[in-house]
Design a protein around this ligand. Structure first.
Ligand code: 5AD
Ligand code: SF4
Length: 478
């Protein structure tokens, strides 16, 4: 019963937004006539894959309205899709706003919109209202689908339009989206996060976990495949807890099994996995799947059980290592990557040694390493024992060295083998070569032409160059 009501509300919302897109389209057509040239737009994305995927939705709406997308910020409409996971990202946006102000003074038709995680912080919006009055529209992470409606409001008024939702249960389906690649696409399976790791601002800016209905996800992937997509990346802050809050609960492993059945789909990736929710059921599905890629991103954050507890990660070092062992046994050649934070409040040399120990034991293919950044509003920001900058820097360098040594040892281990490569593009250095990826995400360059793009080729990994291979197109299936 409930679901029916939501469905009706959703379809109303979709229609409502398509109506605003039409209105904006008429306005854009008039503008183009007045200016005697096409209207251009530029979307600048900061942050994670989730933001990159949100930007595809923004671009879908802008193209529907009639904008031509360009890379250059000297455009008629510039949108910054911001990130706030670390403070540096915020500073970068403020820095760039100064440049946009100058551009706007040269092009009075220019519109500027800011959206994304940073806009979910009240203090940020206050600062922009006060010091960056030339910004036209501010919206958040929950109402991207409203872009055309907000644009229309801006066209009708003189002032800045601000629309930030604290949270939402709403998931609007079937709006336009413009993919960056013809053959691979991101697909949201859930939004938000309930974990409240004590350093992390995401639960505050992205809201509580909401899973999409499996039917909607399958329908979207089928449509993508019909449109030429062979690889999908399932996106969520915590994909392992997918489906728990649905009216008819479904596990992530069950969802993967359904997706696996889609004919024409060749590769399935997903991120991000939280170790505490990674089930034996999922490991079995990964082991048996023909389509799930040979790669798992499993953020550890830190190796010290004492700090993991304070971080509210809800696993110990030993539990994490046991999980990794189980995964490696089930999927022997799996490539593991991770996220690590250095300098969490109170981190001692002993804690840091535990992190190094995990790195040595797991042997990650690669790792994203972050210096702890204090995010106002999170519990860790109030913790007193902040680690001195020089100590953090020293640990960060030592960690990086360890990771690089292991990556180098692992690289090249598949030399001589024939492996499947999804060809992504013409090589940027040599137009006679193409570049693609192995299922474990490693890059391969080999001689070939543009008709291979979007296809999966059998390639002999002739020579390892460290972090990539030079290959040769092999004969058909062996
Ligand atoms: N400081 C540093 N790194 C952080 N991350 C999240 N919050 C912070 C923070 N306050 C890192 C985590 C997460 C990744 C996306 O960003 O490692 O997995
Ligand atoms: Fe942040 Fe933790 Fe949620 Fe990841 S799981 S988004 S680190 S709170």
């Amino acid at each position: 019963m409930n679901r029916n009501i939501t469905d009706i509300e959703n379809s109303n919302q979709t229609e409502r937004q398509l109506y605003f897109m039409e209105m904006c389209k008429e306005w854009a057509a008039k503008q183009q006539e007045k200016l005697g040239r096409p209207l251009t737009a530029c979307v600048n994305t900061f942050g994670c894959q989730m933001n990159a995927h949100d930007s595809e939705k923004i671009i879908g709406i802008l193209e529907k309205i009639g904008y031509t997308m360009i890379e250059d910020e000297k455009a008629d409409f510039v949108i910054y899709n911001t990130c706030t996971v670390r403070e540096n990202a915020n500073l970068k946006v403020y820095g760039r706003l100064g440049y946009l102000k100058k551009l706007k003074s040269q092009n009075p038709h220019m519109m500027i919109a800011l959206c994304g995680c940073m806009m979910q912080e009240t203090a940020v919006v206050e600062k922009i209202k006060k010091s960056y009055k030339f910004v036209d529209i501010i919206f958040g992470t929950h109402n991207i689908f409203k872009l055309a409606e907000l644009m229309q409001a801006r066209i009708d008024s003189k002032g800045m339009i601000i629309d930030i939702w604290k949270d939402t249960a709403e998931i609007v389906e079937d709006l336009p989206s413009e993919r960056k690649h013809k053959f691979k696409a991101g697909v949201n399976i859930m939004y938000g996060c309930n974990n409240f790791c004590t350093y992390c601002i995401v639960p505050y800016v992205r809201g509580r976990e909401r899973s999409r209905n499996p039917k909607d996800i399958i329908r979207e992937i089928e449509a993508l495949v019909a449109d030429g997509v062979v690889e999908i990346m399932l996106l969520g802050q915590n994909v392992n807890s997918y489906g728990k809050n649905l009216e008819h609960p479904v596990t992530f492993a069950q969802l993967l099994q359904e997706i696996e059945k889609i004919e024409g789909l060749e590769r399935i990736r997903f991120m991000t996995s939280h170790p505490k929710d990674l089930s034996d059921e999922l490991i079995a599905v990964m082991r048996d799947s023909k389509k799930i890629c040979n790669h798992l991103h499993l953020p550890v954050q830190c190796g010290s059980s004492r700090l993991l507890k304070i971080m509210n990660r809800r696993y110990t070092k030993e539990q994490y290592l046991e999980l990794v062992d189980k995964i490696k046994k089930a999927v022997p050649n799996i490539s593991l990557t991770t996220d690590i934070i250095v300098g969490f409040p109170g981190e001692t040399e002993e804690d840091f040694q535990e992190t190094l120990d995990v790195v040595r034991k797991v042997r990650y293919e690669s790792a994203y390493t972050f210096i702890y950044s204090k995010r106002t509003g999170t519990p860790a920001a109030k913790m007193e024992e902040q680690v001195p900058e020089d100590v953090i820097k020293d640990r960060f360098d030592r960690l990086l060295k360890e990771i690089q040594t292991i990556s180098a040892e692992l690289s090249g281990r598949d030399t001589g083998k024939v492996e499947k490569v999804l060809v992504e593009e013409i090589n940027s250095q040599d137009p006679d070569f193409v570049t693609g990826r192995l299922t474990n995400n490693v890059l391969v360059h080999f001689k070939g032409s543009s008709d291979l793009i979007g296809k999966i080729a059998n390639v002999r990994l002739a020579e390892s160059k460290g972090f990539y291979y030079m290959g040769e197109l092999a004969e058909e299936e062996q």
